[in-house]
Structure formats: structure tokens, C-alpha cells
Design a protein around this ligand. Structure first.
Ligand code: GTP
Ligand code: MG
Length: 207
């Protein structure tokens, strides 16, 4: 996967702040601390593009990253982490509104990548989100994170269990990944590419 450049182009709470160029978008969503920023950074081969943090729940707005590849441009959208117990009900509702508005109304959205820690069973937050995406016609990819934290002997059983929790997700759209080793990232890029195609205009300059 060749990446020419990747840069943050917008941070927004609502539609007025979304980029207007019409590039295809892939959104990333998951529970706080699932490894979303780490995976995003690794996918675009940057160390600190999406801020990683050991403080759960730190990413609270929509962050749009433009990714330039040799034949296309696209945007990755880092959605706020959810399921962080220490925020108020009111704040949760606010985040949920922001996320659902984006996922439900964004025309250039090609797919949502739900991140799920491979070591944990999906909760209702995750299964309801997949249902919601299906109902709204948003293709759903599941990236299982932190594969390296499991012993090789445990991996198959965990994968099988998580697959069973997401019966509506097609088999090759459920991908075990590691931001630490890079495992699964080529496979994830292949699925993303199949959805984005070369719909993004070619880069307008070569830097
Ligand atoms: P918030 O933005 O705070 O909601 O978290 P996040 O989902 O962006 O998670 P982040 O990438 O900040 O990672 C959370 C913690 O998990 C950090 O300590 C990371 O170093 C660690 N981590 C993330 N991905 C991996 C992985 O693939 N393997 C291992 N071993 N650790 C990981
Ligand atoms: Mg983050």
C-alpha cells in the first residue's frame, strides 16, 4: 500500500465543518481505547497523524484526514470513541447525535470500519451499531484490533467467536489487525480500495 501523503484537513462537530471537495470517505468508529488512532496512523504510515493517547475518550470531534495514494485520494474520518463510562449521559447523547448524523447523512461515505478489540466479546454497543449501519445502507467492515496481544494458539477461537457475534458482516470484511505488527493492514486496504475504487480524483500535484 503506497501512501504519498496524509494530513488532517478538517475537524468538525457537524455538517458545516465537513470538507466539501467530494472525496470518498471511510469512517472509523469504536469504543474508547480500542486502538483506533493507532490503527489509523499505521494505515497511513504516519507516527502521529491521529493522536494516540493513553487517556480514554480523548478524541471528541470528527477528524478528517486526506490520504493521497498514487491513483486516488480519499478521506479517513476518525469518529469519537464511545462507551467511555466516565462521561455524562448528556455528553453521550451529544456524541451519538454527532456520529449518527454523519453516518446517516454523509453522501460521500463509502463504508464504516467498526473497531473491536479481538480479546473482548462485542457488546450491544457494537452489535446495535452494525444493525444501524445495515439499516442505513452503510457498508460495515469490522477491524479486530490488537491481534498481537493474543497467543497464536488463541487467535482462531477468538476469531470464530467474534464472527458469530457479527453474522451480518461478510467473512472477508472481518479482519484481524495489529497496529503494532502491521498484521491485517494489507487486507483492510484491499477492502477499502474495493469500495473507493479510483473514484478519487488523481492528485493535482506530485508532492
Ligand atoms: P481514544 O482515542 O482514547 O478513544 O483511543 P483509541 O481507540 O484511539 O486508542 P489508541 O490508538 O490511543 O490506543 C489505545 C492503547 O492501546 C494505546 O496504549 C496503544 O498503544 C494500544 N494499542 C493500540 N493498538 C494496539 C495494537 O495493535 N497492539 C498493541 N499491543 N497495543 C495497541
Ligand atoms: Mg484516538
Amino acid at each position: 500500500m503506497k501512501i504519498l501523503s496524509s494530513d488532517i484537513v478538517a475537524t468538525a462537530a457537524g455538517p458545516e465543518g465537513y470538507p466539501q471537495e467530494g472525496l470518498p470517505e471511510i469512517a472509523f468508529i469504536g469504543r474508547s481505547n480500542v486502538g483506533k488512532s493507532s490503527l489509523l496512523n499505521r494505515l497511513v504510515q504516519r507516527k502521529q497523524l491521529a493522536r494516540t493517547s493513553s487517556t480514554p475518550g480523548k478524541t471528541r470531534l470528527l477528524h478528517f484526514f486526506e490520504v493521497r495514494r498514487p491513483d486516488s485520494r480519499l478521506l479517513f474520518v476518525d469518529l469519537p470513541g464511545y462507551g467511555y463510562a466516565k462521561v455524562s449521559q448528556r455528553e453521550r447523547k451529544k456524541w451519538q447525535g454527532m456520529i449518527e448524523r454523519y453516518l446517516g447523512e454523509r453522501e460521500v461515505l463509502r463504508a464504516a470500519v467498526l473497531l473491536q478489540d479481538l480479546r473482548r466479546d462485542p457488546s450491544e454497543d457494537e452489535t446495535l451499531l452494525i444493525d444501524w449501519l445495515n439499516e442505513h445502507g452503510v457498508p460495515a467492515i469490522v477491524a479486530l484490533t490488537k491481534l498481537d496481544k493474543l497467543k497464536p494458539s488463541q487467535r482462531e477461537a477468538r476469531l470464530k467467536r467474534v464472527r458469530e457475534a457479527f453474522p451480518a458482516v461478510q467473512a472477508d470484511w472481518l479482519i484481524a489487525t495489529s497496529a503494532k505488527t502491521g498484521a491485517g493492514l494489507e487486507a483492510l486496504w484491499r477492502v477499502i480500495d474495493s469500495l473507493v475504487g479510483d473514484a478519487g480524483p488523481a492528485p493535482d500535484d506530485a508532492d
